[in-house]
Design a protein around this ligand. Structure first.
Ligand code: ADP
Ligand code: ZN
Length: 730
């Protein structure tokens, strides 16, 4: 790579700031000069704001009035490839640079001096009296050569109390020092051997490692049923990447998953990777950010925002559960982390592994077209076999009103409990009941700010809006007709299902896994670990449990309502239901015991339900692909959406109609416009939302046309405009 340009003191530089202004601003390079890419603090009006030196200044302003850069921050400058990534990701998602820069500077306190902490390293003398505990401490310090650790790290690693370390300090055998909090991470040991792989796994791992040795960009779909060893296999790719001296990143869709993953990495490489997600403390983030930039953090596991970390030499990005919809950021900058991973890798010259049991149609199509390589793992590891799947035709079941577990499903659950196995009842609905209705007047309690019903959460003793999070107490009287005592829950949520289970199986230990029942990610992790150890007989869960947890004793999965996802007009409904059902069913029978999955349905002959049963994925994807191709829909056509929102419905609609009349820029690329129509959720947080959908051919340069089109909107204080390229629902 070329040396970054250097700007001598007084030379003009162009700076991007994180402030929402879409111009780059000129400043004078400070005393001592500054490198291109440097993180700086600059004056903006009366304030000091963070920014990055992007290049030479334009100089179209009176030189004497231009102010100097206030200070250059003590972190490695942003690399050229990162700047290119931000530019291209911004162009793709039609996001201004300032907003992109905010993604890349999430490390808090970037501008603060490093905070100091006490660290401990090997001293010169031997302690007078040697104990086992003391020996373990000294061994840890010797093992890691010159590295220093915090008291907590050191005592944990050595398995001793902090008093033991303190004792060694008094003896001079351990040195206590002050150091900036940015201590390096313990190195991963790539020489260690992983599990002995099966032949199929070894072949898959060799293909991935081969790609890494060849170097350069390339994407591989790693497809394999749950439990086939995808994680084992891609950890081998990570090992190959680290052995080549490059950094690796593993993206996970769910923070709660990361705990099991951290443990697996520790087993494989002898130390934990660096974590990056919203649950990581500020101090740790600052340390991670800096170490990653210096190339001293080898492996990062994180949420989608870790794509914007300043890796020094990124060689591999793994996107686990690549089909997961949570990879699409739905707030602020609308990007899909899976697609951005591919973009970043193609700029950096890194490999991408997209792992999934049920890939997204987009990825399947890219592999089908030869744009991605594809590696398949078809069998489950060891004795574990795929669960047997069957439907329960609910039309033939004797159901009591207000119950959702059919006698046949209850029977199957009872059998599992009797043999000491676990059963999972899956219902993708949080809370107690999705609807609260007044039996006197028929009113359904809705959110005051959104076009959504309030969901009763009995555990919280409140009604909650799942769109905006607004809560209110459960009223005694109907807010509409004011009649008391006639409000009634309608339909099941996981909490209500919990009551039904308690009634059916009073002796069973029941665990309800739903994100809102836990006060912290830590509490959730603990609950999951306890269940994995056998601490529950029946697990009731939302889609939280569908994702990659490993419950060895789980042998029965009962899907309460397999038809739930098939309702609605979303074209992706079939794909989503197929993925979710296969994923949930995959939880059963991972170890020695055979698994079974039962789907309660009112439409057993629905093609999607049939495809779930036969598990003939290729046939399912082909049929889906045909449908999408015929309709010119993604991935065979392009879609973009514009969401116009305003506190007055009228404002949003008028803006939409205005756009609908001025489609010139879109006509030039033969794109079709639909709308304005109420957005899928027509009101959120008191703002009315109107959507315009744009559909174009695959090869079209849609972003430029979209930008020109939207730019015609007249500025209006009340109006907000968000462009969503590749919207998730359509
Ligand atoms: P996937 O990621 O495809 O769901 P995992 O990699 O999590 O599959 O493997 C499923 C289970 O089987 C895990 O507990 C894993 O440790 C175990 N496993 C997979 N392959 C092997 C192997 N070759 N040797 C020992 N255990 C294995
Ligand atoms: Zn609301």
């Amino acid at each position: 790579m070329d040396e970054p340009s250097f700007f001598a003191p007084g030379q003009l530089v162009s700076v991007v700031t994180t402030q929402p202004i879409d111009r780059f601003l000129d400043y004078k390079a400070p005393e001592g000069g500054v490198f291109q890419g440097a993180f700086v603090q600059v004056p903006l009006g009366p304030r000091q704001v963070p920014g990055v030196v992007w290049g030479p200044g334009k100089g179209d302003f009176d030189y004497s009035k231009i102010r100097p850069v206030t200070k250059v921050l003590d972190v490695a400058p942003m690399r050229d490839e990162m700047r290119e990534f931000l530019v291209r990701a911004g162009d793709y998602t039609l996001t201004p640079m300032s907003a992109m820069l905010r993604l890349a500077t999430r490390a808090p306190g970037l501008s603060d001096p490093p905070s100091m902490q006490k660290v401990y390293r090997l001293g010169e003398t031997e302690p007078e009296r040697m104990t086992d505990a003391r020996r373990r401490v000294l061994e840890v310090l010797r093992d890691y050569g010159g590295l220093s650790f915090t008291l907590k790290e050191l005592s944990e690693m050595a398995g001793v109390s902090s008093g033991v370390v303190k004792g060694l300090v008094e003896q001079g055998a351990v040195r206590e020092e002050k150091a900036p909090r940015d201590t390096p991470y313990p190195p991963l040991d790539v020489e260690r051997h992983g599990k002995a792989l099966t032949e199929a796994q070894a072949t898959a791992a060799a293909k991935l490692a081969e790609g890494i040795r060849t170097g350069g960009y390339g994407t591989t779909l790693l497809r394999g049923v749950t439990g086939s060893g995808k994680t084992e296999v891609y950890l081998e790719a990570v090992a190959a990447c680290l052995a080549a001296g490059r950094q690796a990143l593993v993206l996970l869709p769910e923070i709660a998953l990361s705990e099991q993953f951290l443990i697996r990495v520790e087993q494989r490489f002898g130390a934990k990777p660096v974590e990056w997600h919203s649950g990581v403390t500020m101090t740790e983030r600052r340390r991670a950010w800096k170490m990653i930039g210096q190339g001293q953090a080898e492996l990062v596991v994180g949420a989608r925002s870790s794509l914007f970390l300043p890796f020094r030499d990124l060689g591999l990005i793994v996107v686990d559960e690549e089909h997961d919809t949570s990879y699409k950021q739905e707030d602020g900058v609308l990007y899909n982390a899976r697609d951005m991973a591919v973009l970043r890798a193609s700029i950096t010259g890194a490999r991408v592994v997209l792992a999934s049991a049920t890939p997204s149609l987009e990825t399947w199509a890219n592999a089908d077209a030869g744009k991605y390589d594809r590696v398949d793992l078809d069998a489950r590891f060891g004795a574990a076999v795929l669960p047997e799947m069957r439907t329960l035709d609910m039309r033939n079941e004797q159901m009591q009103p207000g119950t959702w577990i059919s006698p046949s499903l209850a029977h199957a659950v009872r059998q599992r409990i009797e043999t000491g196995e676990q059963a999972l009842l899956f219902l993708n609905r949080r809370g107690y009941a999705p609807v609260t209705i007044c039996r006197a007047c028929g009113e359904q309690i809705a959110c005051d700010h959104c076009d959504a019903r309030m969901v009763e959460h009995r555990f919280l003793k409140r009604l909650v809006c799942h769109q905006c999070g607004e809560t209110k107490p459960i009223p005694e009287a109907c807010p509409s007709c004011e009649v008391e005592g006639r409000l009634a829950p309608v339909g099941p949520g996981v909490e209500r299902l919990g009551e039904e289970v308690a009634g059916l199986f009073p002796e069973a230990r029941v665990a309800v896994l739903s994100s809102d029942l836990f006060t912290s990610a830590r509490a959730l992790k603990a609950a999951i670990a306890e269940i994995a150890e056998g601490g529950a007989d029946i697990i009731i869960g939302t889609q939280l449990v569908a994702k990659g947890h490993n419950f060895p004793k789980l042998t029965l999965v009962g899907v309460i309502d397999a038809d739930l996802g098939l309702q609605g007009s979303d074209l992706r409904a079939a794909e989503r239901t197929f993925q979710l059902m296969r994923q949930v069913a995959g939880r059963a029978g991972r170890a020695e015991a055979a698994g079974e999955a039962i789907l309660q349905t009112y439409q057993p002959e629905h093609p999607v339900i049939r495809a779930i049963l036969t598990g003939d994925e290729e046939a399912f994807w082909k049929a889906e692909a045909e449908g999408r191709r015929a309709a010119g829909m993604p991935p065979y056509g392009r879609l973009a959406a514009v969401i116009l929102s305003a506190t007055e419905a009228e404002t949003a609609f008028r803006a939409g109609q205005d756009l609908a009349r001025r489609t010139g820029p879109l006509d030039r690329v033969s794109a079709q416009v639909f709308g304005p129509a109420p957005a899928p959720i027509a009101r959120i947080r008191g703002r009315h939302r109107v959507r315009m959908l744009v559909k174009a051919d695959k090869g079209v340069a849609l972003q430029g046309a979209m930008a020109q089109w939207v730019a015609q909107l007249r500025a209006d204080k009340d109006l907000r405009v968000a462009v969503d390229i590749d919207p998730q629902s359509f």
